[in-house]
Design a protein around this ligand. Sequence first.
Ligand SMILES: C[S@@+](CC[C@H](N)C(=O)[O-])C[C@H]1O[C@@H](n2cnc3c(N)ncnc32)[C@H](O)[C@@H]1O
Length: 277
Amino acid sequence: MDTKKEIYDFFAKYVYDKTGILYKETDYYRLDSRLNTIRSTYEFEDDQQLLSFIKKPFSLTDEEFILNLFTNNETFFMRDLKPFKALAKSLIPEIKKLYPTDPTLSIWSCACSTGQEVYSIYMSLDSFQNIVRPQSINMEATDLSTSALAKAKSGVYTPLDVQRGLPAPFLVKYFTQHKDEKDNISWAVNPELKRWPKYSTFNLLKDIYPTNKHHIIFCRNVLIYQDQDNKRKVLENIHKALKPGGFLVFGAGESMIGMNLPFKQVEFNKAFFYQKE
Ligand SMILES: C[S@@+](CC[C@H](N)C(=O)[O-])C[C@H]1O[C@@H](n2cnc3c(N)ncnc32)[C@H](O)[C@@H]1O
């Protein structure tokens, strides 16, 4: 087999087995820049060296590096906007009706990437509606990528990050600008946002889900990279992790059409959600 194809096939299979992320042969060009990063990081002089590297078992550090590299962490603040407004205006009041005596509500962002989704949830709850203060929510945020989680935990964003989706009044209210000695600007979320979520790693395909725990789960723009069997497996587990009547928030354009799972589609404030039946 030609060396290049052997390398592509190896990484496509490795990443699929570890994460469920699919790189089909027609998508192999999307591996190129990642493979170049591996070549330069490990200072391989040619593909024979890369080939001998992949023929030996990876150390835990290698594995973490590779999985961080092959996940796509694209995200931005207030992505799709409508679900965030609907969360504050409708989902939380609906949940309060179903669970009037629950002292805290529990929200899980299960593929939170670099944290923009999580801080957007805080800002929405704090700004669009006041029936539940973010402080009275148990916010759990997980991802497979440790590098994405490190950025989420730091709560520090570049000027480009904050230009993507974040309304200017939110930037002023919830962030503080910093300048380093070289005059590089960054924006840090304020301490009350930074300490709000509990971050941890969680692999949607390998780890054990809680039962009947969360009132709302955000699972956005992650299952689009999975095949139908793995998507079903994750959704069955999310169903288990939600409380009865709890809501699943998908990305715009994602759906469960044809999957016949025990969720019903509901609409609030022009946004669609799935409710556990
Ligand atoms: C495209 S980002 C979406 C981020 C955010 N939910 C949004 O919609 O803006 C997808 C995230 O899913 C994570 N991911 C991919 N496969 C995963 C898996 N098997 N378990 C947990 N997280 C995974 C990636 O690391 C990445 O951060």
